[in-house]
Design a protein around this ligand. Structure first.
Ligand SMILES: Cc1ncc(COP(=O)(O)O)c(C=O)c1O
Length: 401
């Protein structure tokens, strides 16, 4: 299929209210205020790439939506050529399994590769469902908190080395949600060395791996020279990259044949191996034809991130934000405001009327922080930024510290 390149307009405002969107339609109820501007859950307010919409339309026009078959050649080929082209990662199609979401894939991996009571390490502040991926299965959650220095987060390798001695598994977030770090090769190699030394299996969640700003680069954990194939499983998806989260299609990359067999067997045993037909259509079209759109998106998001950081510097006394290296999520350090968690949430939700994720959701290190989703047209972003600025100005003088 030959696609005509068209320039996407990321300034276009799409009305998402009453479209079945969790981000927009659930916000008032969840944040306890009327007319809150949703800047929370990680999906964007942009149209998906035209070739994806066209592929979906064609498939919908076919009109029959029975179970998808097991012949996934073209889908898997689209994934492997994407990984080669974008990330220099040579992946064999037989290493891939489809999953209906990265979170459900991680749940299954935890169940498949650990036993109840086993220790699983996560690195908070981190994407909050990781906590459930461990606790819901009666595994022991072990925290290896990130260290923050002058606003920049890094791994605590000394602590990781200690905890890896008894742990079975590490769930890595790369790039890291919510702190926006794109881990360097050196940082990842240090983690890999520890994992290898102690035989810890690394589950690398690379769902944000395509959303990276220059000059940073994704180093897929599976490409590291110092990790053995039996020590790594990677999850990725087009859902963040191309704004397709609602279509629930994602990929597990499992180079080791034994691990792969156990994972796929468990999908069958638990009855969770089904794929979403339209999700696979969208996934294939996105990876095949979505690259020019993604380049435009990255420019736009980079502009939004810089604008936000500059605006915060000038208009948000008491809140500091650093430029994220990847993702469309900004991590707001609000500790200088000197507010309790409750006061902080009331400032954002009731006074500013913006819906942001509470930092504490991501673990203890998230207290005093908020996470803002800037994957939205500039005009909407500006509304949110200004609402926050106004709420800060309207605070009683004695509260402004
Ligand atoms: C790190 C990370 N993993 C997984 C997900 C969700 O993946 P899925 O919707 O495929 O379960 C998100 C969504 O925000 C995320 O940030």
């Amino acid at each position: 299929m030959h696609q005509i390149a068209t320039v996407p307009d990321f300034n276009q405002i799409i009305e998402r209210r009453n479209s079945g969107s969790g981000k927009w339609d659930d916000a008032d109820a969840l944040f306890g205020a009327e007319g809150v501007l949703p800047m929370w859950v990680a999906d964007m307010d942009f149209l998906s790439p035209k070739p994806v919409l066209e592929a979906l339309r064609q498939r919908v026009d076919h009109g029959v939506f029975g179970y998808p078959g097991s012949q996934r050649g073209p889908v898997l080929e689209a994934v492997t050529s994407w990984l080669q082209r974008r990330h220099g990662w040579a992946v064999e199609p037989q290493w891939l399994a489809t999953t209906s979401g990265v979170v459900s894939g991680i749940h299954l991996a935890v169940r498949t590769f650990t036993d109840p009571g086993d220790e699983v390490i996560i690195q908070p502040p981190v994407y909050h469902p990781f906590f459930d991926c461990v606790r819901n299965h009666n595994r022991k959650l072990v925290e290896n908190p990130l260290i923050v220095e002058h606003g920049r987060y890094r791994f605590d390798l000394e602590d990781l080395e200690k905890k890896a001695r008894t742990a079975r598994l590490l769930i890595l977030c790369s790039p890291h949600n919510p702190v926006g770090r794109v881990w360097t090769r050196e940082e990842l190699e240090s983690v890999a060395a520890i994992a290898q030394r102690h035989g810890v299996l690394v589950i690398s969640d690379e769902i944000h791996g395509d959303l990276i700003f220059n000059p940073h680069r994704l180093v897929p954990f599976g490409t590291l020279a110092n990790i053995r194939p039996e020590n790594v499983i990677t999850f990725l998806a087009p859902s963040k990259t191309f704004n397709l989260a609602g279509l629930a299609a994602s990929i597990a990359v499992i180079p080791d044949p034994d691990l792969r067999q156990r994972f796929v067997d468990n999908q069958r045993i638990l009855g969770v191996g089904k794929s979403n037909l339209l999700g696979l259509v969208a996934l294939e079209a996105a990876y095949r034809h979505g690259e020019p759109w993604l380049e435009g998106l990255l420019d736009y998001l980079d502009g939004n991130a810089r604008h936000l950081v500059e605006f915060a510097r000038q208009e948000w006394p008491g809140i500091s934000v650093d430029l994220p290296e990847g993702t469309y999520l900004a991590w707001l350090d609000c500790r200088q405001l000197g507010l309790t968690e409750e006061e902080l949430h009331s400032l954002f939700f009731q006074q500013a009327r913006v819906a942001l994720n509470r930092g504490a959701q991501f673990g203890d290190g998230g207290r005093g922080h908020m996470r803002l989703n800037f994957g939205t047209p500039r005009q909407i972003l500006d509304q949110g930024l200004e609402r926050i600025a106004r709420a800060l100005k309207e605070r009683p003088a004695e509260g402004r510290g």
